[in-house]
Design a protein around this ligand. Structure first.
Ligand SMILES: Nc1ncnc2c1ncn2[C@@H]1O[C@H](COP(=O)(O)OP(=O)(O)OP(=O)(O)O)[C@@H](O)[C@H]1O
Length: 234
């Protein structure tokens, strides 16, 4: 049994049909990348998994239980955490307060010590306000907030967006440490090379249809797929 099993979901915004029979699975301790061009349906897939976009048909199983009808807060309690593109860090309170606030909404939160061990940079900045952090640090804080809620799947929507290459390198390192510590991660990224450097498996979505599933090596070996659906070389 996979940690998350998505079977032929169809999602809509109003009357607009966006996801067509999308299937994917995420195993425990795996990093899965979801790739695709702008508007392909990546964020809609994450939002469907998080109950923020209603699926009209198909099933989503978390630890074997059907969850496609659950509201976002119940999915969050089950340990599915989405770090959205717009990081939503609270600017006027400190790093530590941001983390404590996140922990309050969890049934079984992790300790601050555990979080600071994973994110030493945040430990250094614990007394700084959210708005005093750099973009990369804010992204770390957004990921750390998901972690402290004891996530069993962390879904990252374009975590490297708008960040300088050096900061992206640091964040890749953070994600790698999270993965090595046994966390399960789903990552949506325009930065294909960065996403593939982290992923154990990847999916490619195009116009709301899954068009590829395999390992990064299998994807990299199939240049025609990459050029056709991503318009890049990796
Ligand atoms: N709130 C919305 N209402 C109506 N249509 C939407 C809404 N959000 C997204 N869409 C449409 O759904 C389709 C998929 O969008 P989605 O945001 O999932 O793509 P994406 O692959 O995440 O792309 P991006 O990298 O641009 O975020 C697009 O055609 C988009 O215009």
């Amino acid at each position: 049994m996979s940690l998350l099993e998505v079977d032929k979901i169809n999602s809509y915004y109003g009357d607009s049909h966006i996801l067509f029979d999308v299937s994917m699975r995420v195993e425990e301790n795996e990093v899965v990348a979801l790739l695709g061009r702008n508007g392909a349906g990546k964020s809609t897939t994450l939002k469907s998994l998080m109950g923020m976009v209603q699926t009209k048909s198909g099933t989503i199983r978390h630890n074997g239980t059907e969850v496609q009808h659950l509201p976002p807060y119940q999915l969050a309690r089950r340990g599915i955490q989405l770090v959205p593109e717009e990081r939503r860090v609270f600017g006027s309170i400190t790093v530590q307060e941001n983390l404590q606030l996140a922990a309050m909404s969890a049934e079984r939160a992790r300790s601050l010590d555990e979080i600071y061990e994973t994110f030493p940079r945040l430990a250094e900045r614990r007394r700084n306000r959210g708005k005093q952090l750099s973009g990369g640090e804010q992204q770390m804080l957004a990921i750390a907030r998901a972690m402290i809620r004891n996530a069993n799947i962390i879904m990252l929507d374009e975590p490297f967006e708008g960040l300088a290459p050096l900061i992206v390198r640091d964040l890749i390192e953070v994600c790698r440490r999270l993965a090595e510590a046994g966390n399960t991660i789903v990552i949506v990224e325009q930065n294909v090379r960065a996403a593939l450097s982290l992923a154990d498996r990847c999916y490619l979505i195009n116009n709301g249809h899954m068009v590829f599933e395999g390992t990064p090596t299998q994807l990299q070996e199939d240049n025609s797929v990459i050029e056709k659906y991503l318009g890049v070389k990796v």
